[in-house]
Design a protein around this ligand. Structure first.
Ligand code: SF4
Length: 251
């Protein structure tokens, strides 16, 4: 086995870069003009191949806004469940439609898909462009279908910091109090993309918050699939994931 990937245990899927949000803290920058979705059939094959060789412990689907493509997201979760991956998570801003029937249908499809944790991104930043009404309705429907869902806010500087954004985030979280869904740890914003452009004054250059997606290139533990099929220097449209993993060498 390739020694640089021998500890692989996690799969991440950036399903699409298209997004309904326009967040000033987004690490991916602006999403204007982004479209397209990872080919679900390629992703499903990759899950089967990787899980057949490595003991994969967790997988996560996110974006952009992944529920702009719910069928692809659900196909990936089904493949993860069938391959025996125990932790199967989705991060969503919860705003993919204003139509109640559509929102309900997507919640029902997710309930059947095998996803076992949905992290709903709600905070001062997301709610500058994303209306709370459809997000709360989606959360209610997920609960009604028995899907584990919780709120996952982005904090600036630290969760305890008393800056105006964190104060607004606490107010947004209170808006969900009647739903009685858990508030999870969330994440601390790191200086990349829009955050670096718009929130630079909040970062201490001497000790910026770490980027949770960075890892040692000599000890790959997670691989991330991009919407166009790129992964770990290769591309699923040209090679199998096993060829990519076998051929990987750190720069
Ligand atoms: S932070 Fe999330 S919801 Fe906001 S623009 Fe970026 S991908 Fe979209």
């Amino acid at each position: 086995m390739n020694e640089f990937v021998k500890n692989l245990s996690r799969l991440e899927f950036v399903l699409t870069k298209a997004c309904t949000g326009r967040c000033r803290h987004c690490s991916q920058g602006d999403h204007t003009g982004s479209s397209g979705c990872l080919d679900a059939a390629l992703a499903v094959r990759a899950i089967r191949d990787v899980a057949g060789r490595w003991p994969i412990r967790s997988m996560m689907v996110f974006g952009g806004e992944p529920l702009l493509y719910p069928d692809a997201a659900c196909a990936i979760f089904r493949a993860g469940r069938d391959a025996g991956i125990p932790r199967r998570e989705l991060i969503t801003n919860g705003f993919f439609s204003r139509n109640a029937d559509r929102i309900s249908a997507v919640a029902g499809t997710l309930a059947e898909s095998g996803v076992n944790k949905i992290l709903l991104s709600v905070d001062a930043f997301h709610q500058e462009s994303i209306p709370l009404g459809p997000v709360k309705f989606f959360a209610r429907r997920l609960r009604a279908f028995g899907v584990p869902v919780g709120l996952s806010p982005a904090w600036l500087v630290a969760r305890e910091d008393e800056n105006p954004y964190n104060q607004k985030t606490r107010a947004v979280l209170r808006e969900f109090a009647d739903l009685e869904i858990p508030v999870w740890e969330g994440n601390v914003i790191f200086p990349e993309g829009n955050a670096l452009k718009n929130l630079a004054d909040y970062f201490d250059p001497a000790s910026p918050p770490p980027n949770p997606y960075e890892q040692d290139p000599r000890d790959i533990r997670a691989i991330s699939f991009e919407p166009d099929g790129r992964v770990l220097g290769g591309n699923l449209n040209r090679q199998s994931i096993l060829e990519i993993l076998d051929g990987y060498r750190p720069e």
